[in-house]
Design a protein around this ligand. Structure first.
Ligand code: FRU
Length: 294
């Protein structure tokens, strides 16, 4: 019954067309099911900033008790997040940041750390510290997002120290999408006789690049690294030998909702909650799939 619902929590999701976000929504819905006192209202921005802005405005008008938001991009969502804060709605920013820190809490992975782990592994795959050699294709996520910049910066902290590593592309964004990454890679393959490693800012893009290389008959010469580590995609692709590694980027769905409820119940919450990561290679991929019933 509606009157049993003590808290109305709004969650503005950027899009649900990407598999990681579909999982994110599943995680938050599963967590909400454990809290009968919570009514969770989820909106879908359809991968469009304007739509997501309208969604948040709508949730503000509905006077939700707390707002969770996972922005499509930082700049475009900052104003409306500020509006929610001004309306005294507790705000929890999930996964992708906005350009203000006046919100109550940020919950997400440490993208700089993940980028560093990917960079360190890339150096290892290309021959090791001080000896690494190779041509690298990096496919960026959305340029207007903090995760893409952090994943880039962290990676280059390692690879830029290697004089033998050459970057073939300059800030080419596949906007987190497999098909866009496929096209970027198809062009890179046409323009470069030798490509040794692809770093995709997420698994769908690393896999899109793999498929382009496969269609060009060159996938065996190239190592592919991604990020996200969903059991049904990234981990499976690693297990198949299509990607060399992926790095877990856990969805903040369950934790974000738990934190908001904690706050609404009068408890203190940290400004930042950082979710754990792990490296996934052939060594542990099969086990992770098994643990997830695959
Ligand atoms: C999904 C996604 C994930 C990625 C995250 C970064 O929309 O692109 O693949 O890890 O967003 O914010």
């Amino acid at each position: 019954l509606a009157q049993d619902k003590k808290w109305r929590i709004g969650f503005s999701q950027a899009t649900t067309i990407e598999p990681w976000r579909a999982q994110f929504n599943k995680d938050i819905v599963a967590e909400a099911a454990k809290h009968p006192e919570v009514e969770l209202i989820i909106t879908d921005g359809g991968d469009k900033t304007e739509k997501q802005v309208a969604d948040v405005e709508n949730l503000i008008r509905q006077e939700v008790d707390a707002l969770l938001v996972s922005p499509k991009e930082s700049a475009g969502l900052t104003g409306v997040v500020q509006q929610a804060i001004d309306a005294k709605i507790p705000v929890f920013v999930l996964d992708r940041n906005v350009d203000t820190d006046k919100y109550n809490q940020f919950v997400g992975g440490d993208n700089k750390l993940i980028g560093r782990a990917a960079g360190e592994y890339a150096v290892e795959l290309l021959g090791g510290k001080g000896k690494a050699q190779g041509n690298v294709v990096e496919i960026w996520g959305g340029m207007g997002t903090q995760p893409a910049h952090d994943r880039h910066d962290g990676f280059h902290e390692f690879t830029d120290k290697e004089p033998g590593i050459k970057n073939l592309l300059d800030q080419q964004s596949g906007d987190w999408k497999q098909d866009q990454a496929y096209n970027i890679m198809a062009t890179a393959l046409r323009n470069n006789e030798k490509i040794d490693l692809v770093y995709g800012h997420n698994d769908p893009m690393a896999y899109g690049a793999y498929l382009a290389a496969k269609d060009a008959g060159r996938e065996k010469e190239i190592k592919f690294i991604g990020i996200d580590g969903l059991p049904g995609e990234g981990v499976t692709w690693v297990n198949n030998g299509e990607l060399s590694a992926t790095f877990l980027y856990a969805t903040p769905g369950a934790e974000g909702l738990r934190q908001a409820i904690k706050f609404l119940n009068g408890e203190k919450v940290e400004k930042t909650v950082t979710l754990n990561t792990m490296k996934i290679t052939k060594d542990n991929a099969a086990q992770i799939m098994k643990d997830n019933g695959l």
